[in-house]
Ligand binder design. Structure first.
Ligand SMILES: CCC(=O)SCCNC(=O)CCNC(=O)[C@H](O)C(C)(C)COP(=O)(O)OP(=O)(O)OC[C@H]1O[C@@H](n2cnc3c(N)ncnc32)[C@H](O)[C@@H]1OP(=O)(O)O
Length: 333
């Protein structure tokens, strides 16, 4: 069985889950009451307080088990800050960032925006996220006006079961917790995940891969959407929510082909994202993730966020630090 470790990218600890049996909760069930409420991502996480010109303060919300701030939260908030000074007809088409220090969940994050350039059809902003007087993230975002062109193509979305036929991560964890022979340590980890509700919903296409009961090539897919209502129309906001979502369960894809490793430290080093089409982050999107390479204590992941109707909404790429506990240390435990 895989080791119990905290990968810090929002995933539950690996456990001893098994596929849902007959009568399992979840698929096809009506949305819970939280689906009718406004998304906390919009009412809180991505609501920044303007404290001076080009200077904003963001609140911390969900914190992964790693106890460092979730990278997606910092990227999402930085993109909100960048977009504040951008004309309404320009939309983020790409962002590039480095995570240079771990974020402290005990402090709010300050975002300092530099207006790098304003052109006729593009403009660029640079954002520094600051805690304890030091940068924790540096981000550049570029915004572009809608410019139609006959040059247009995209890959096809993979064929997968619809989200209504799949169990949520929480349902899968509850099924695992129902097992009598579960290790105490694994149980504690799963209960901590359930107690700290992440503001997005996830339905893995292959549940066994998520619970790390099978090893597969480093590729995986899951349906994802923001919890609660956001509504149509505000693409600037949906872009920031997508930036938040894009870092969830992303780097962990580097581990799917290793049956027995123990992760000592795992953190995203950089993140890039390209926005291709309009989308709604409060509606199901398919996140298709693959890791083409790992080596030298780092791993690379690439992702595609698909709209349910098969339109490619966004592409993402990230390199992360992955330090493993040497196997001699592991065998002493
Ligand atoms: C995955 C999803 C996520 O959201 S992760 C959250 C977003 N990303 C982040 O928070 C990453 C932020 N960036 C960072 O924390 C830094 O840039 C990192 C990646 C740690 C920089 O690494 P590094 O230059 O090694 O930092 P450092 O010298 O301060 O050491 C940090 C801890 O690592 C250790 N370390 C250092 N070098 C090695 C090495 N070669 N082999 C083994 N361990 C090493 C240091 O001793 C230090 O450990 P400790 O923290 O003192 O226990």
């Amino acid at each position: 069985m895989s080791e119990h470790h905290d990968k810090g990218d929002g995933e539950p600890p690996p456990g001893t889950g098994s596929p849902p049996g007959p009568g399992s909760p979840g698929p096809g069930s009506p949305p819970g009451p939280s689906q009718d409420l406004k998304s906390v991502l919009v009412t809180s996480v991505l609501q920044l307080e303007e404290i001076d010109v080009g200077l904003y303060r963001g609140k911390n919300y969900w914190v992964p088990l790693s106890r460092r701030l979730f990278g997606g939260q910092i990227i999402g908030q930085a993109l909100v800050a960048a977009a504040e000074s951008v004309a309404g007809h320009l939309y983020a088409h790409s962002l590039h960032c480095y995570f240079v220090r771990a974020g402290d969940p005990g402090l709010p994050v300050l975002y300092k925006v530099d207006r790098v350039r304003d052109g006729r059809s593009f403009c660029v902003r640079s954002v520094k996220a600051i805690q304890h007087g030091e940068p924790i993230l540096v981000l550049q975002a570029s915004f572009h006006m809608d410019q139609p062109s006959p040059l247009q193509h995209q890959f096809s979305m993979p064929a997968v079961p619809p989200p209504e036929d799949l169990l949520s991560l929480e349902d899968l964890i509850r099924l695992v917790l129902g097992k009598p022979d579960l290790e105490e340590k694994v149980k504690r980890g799963f209960n901590r995940v359930l107690a700290n509700e992440v503001p997005i919903e996830v339905r893995p296409v292959n549940p066994l891969q998520f619970s790390r009961e099978v090893t597969t090539e480093p590729k995986r897919m899951f349906w994802v959407r923001a919890r609660g209502h956001i509504g149509e129309g505000n693409m600037k906001l949906h872009g920031c929510v997508a930036a938040y979502i894009s870092d969830y369960s992303f780097l962990g894809t580097t581990l799917t082909s290793y049956p027995d490793i123990r992760v000592k430290m795992m953190a995203s080093l950089d993140h890039a994202m390209w926005f291709h089409n309009t989308f709604r982050t409060d509606e199901w999107m398919l996140y298709e993730v693959e890791s083409p390479w790992a080596g030298g204590s780092r791993g690379l992941v690439q992702g595609r966020l698909w709209r349910r109707d098969g339109v490619l909404a966004a592409s993402c790429c990230q390199e992360g630090l992955i330090r493993l506990t040497p196997s001699e240390e592991k065998s002493k435990l």
